[in-house]
Write a protein that binds this ligand. Structure first.
Ligand code: CAA
Ligand code: NAI
Length: 247
C-alpha cells in the first residue's frame, strides 16, 4: 500500500502509544516519518524498531511547548528529508485532578503542551506547506473535549480549544491547499489510560456502545485517512473515533 508514497510526515508524541502506531502505519504506506517526541529513550527505541521493519523514520527530540525546540525540530526534519507534507499534532499529557484540588501549575502545564504545543508546531511548519500549495494538518482532540470529564478541567479545556483552532485554520488555510482536521479519540488502550484507576476504566468501557477501549491502530487509521489524498475535500472536520460515545 502506498497511500503516502514519498510524503514527509512529522508526528509529535510518536515515541509511544497512538503516535508510535501512526508512525508505523505511515511508514508502511510509503511515508518518511519524523518521530518528534520529548521522550528520548523511547524515541530512539521506536526509531530502531521501525527501521528494523524497513521503514524510513528518524527520531528528533522536541518539547512542543517550547518554540525554540519546535523550530529546531522542524529544521532537523527539513535537513533529513527536504520537505514537510503532513503534521500530526499528537503529543499530549494529562495532569488529572478534581477542580477543587487542581493547581494552577497542573492547569497551565496541560494547556502549554496540549494547546500551545499545537499552535507552536503548526506555525513552525506552515511556511513550508504554504510554499508547496498543499499539506495536511491533523490535530488530536479527545472525546473529553466535547463531552467533558470528571478530573480533567485542564485537559478538556485544551482538547475543546483544539477544535476551535482546527476550524479556524481550516477556514484560513483551505484556500492555500492545506486541509486541517481533528481526530477525537475515545478511551484508547495506551499508557495514558492505564494510569487511570481500574474502576474508572471499567465505567468508561461500559458507556461505549462497542463495549471496548479503542486501540492505537483504530486512531492511527483515522490519522492516515486525514493525511492521504482520499480526504482532499475534507476540511475542518472533527472525526470521532470512540466506538460511538459521541453521536
Ligand atoms: N464520574 C463520576 N464521578 C467520578 C468520576 C467519574 N468519571 N471519577 C471520580 N468520580 C467521583 C468519585 O467517585 C468520588 O466521589 P465521592 O467523593 O462521592 O466518593 C469523587 O469523584 C472524587 O474522586 P476520587 O476519590 O478519585 O478523588 P481523587 O482526588 O483521589 O482523584 C481523580 C480524582 C484524579 C480525577 C481520579 O478520580 C481520576 O484519576 N479519575 C480519572 C480521570 C480520567 O477519567 N482521566 C482520563 C485519562 S485518559 C485521557 O485523558 C485520554 C482521553 O482523552 C480520554
Ligand atoms: P502516550 O502518553 O502513550 O503518548 C504521548 C506521547 O507524547 C509520549 O510519547 C510523550 O513522550 C509525548 N509528549 C508528551 N509531552 C510532550 C512534549 N512536551 N513534547 C513532545 N512530546 C511530548 O499517549 P497516547 O494515548 O498515545 O496519546 C496520544 C494523543 O492522543 C494525546 O494527544 C492524547 O491526549 C490523545 N488522546 C488519547 C486518548 C487515550 O485514551 N489514550 C483519548 C483521546 C485523545
Amino acid at each position: 500500500m502506498n497511500r503516502l508514497q514519498d510524503k514527509v510526515a512529522i508526528i509529535t508524541g510518536a515515541a509511544n502509544g497512538i503516535g508510535f502506531e501512526a508512525a508505523r502505519k505511515f511508514g508502511n504506506e510509503g511515508a518518511k516519518v519524523i518521530i518528534a517526541d520529548f521522550d528520548e529513550e523511547s524515541g530512539l527505541e521506536s526509531e530502531k524498531a521501525l527501521r528494523e521493519e524497513g521503514l524510513s523514520v528518524r527520531f528528533v527530540q522536541v518539547n512542543v511547548a517550547n518554540r525554540d525546540s519546535v523550530n529546531t525540530m522542524v529544521e532537523k526534519a527539513l535537513a533529513e528529508y527536504g520537505r514537510i507534507d503532513i503534521l500530526i499534532n499528537n503529543a499530549g499529557i494529562t495532569k488529572d485532578a478534581m477542580l477543587a484540588k487542581m493547581t494552577l501549575e497542573q492547569f497551565q502545564q496541560v494547556l502549554d503542551v496540549n494547546l500551545t504545543g499545537v499552535f507552536n508546531c503548526t506555525q513552525a511548519v506552515l511556511p513550508f506547506l504554504i510554499e508547496q500549495g498543499k499539506g495536511k494538518i491533523v490535530n488530536t482532540s479527545s472525546v473529553t473535549g466535547t463531552y467533558g470529564n470528571v478530573g480533567q478541567t485542564n485537559y478538556a479545556a485544551a482538547k475543546a480549544g483544539l477544535i476551535g483552532m482546527t476550524k479556524t485554520w481550516a477556514k484560513e488555510l483551505g484556500r492555500k491547499g492545506i486541509n486541517v482536521n481533528a481526530v477525537a479519540p475515545g478511551f484508547t488502550a495506551t499508557a495514558m489510560v492505564s494510569a487511570m484507576p481500574d474502576k474508572v476504566i471499567d465505567k468508561m468501557k461500559a458507556m461505549v456502545p462497542m463495549q471496548r477501549l479503542g486501540t492505537p491502530e483504530d486512531i492511527a487509521n483515522a490519522y492516515l485517512f486525514l493525511s492521504s489524498d482520499e480526504s482532499d475535500y475534507v476540511n475542518g472536520h472533527v472525526l470521532h473515533v470512540d466506538g460511538g460515545i459521541m453521536m
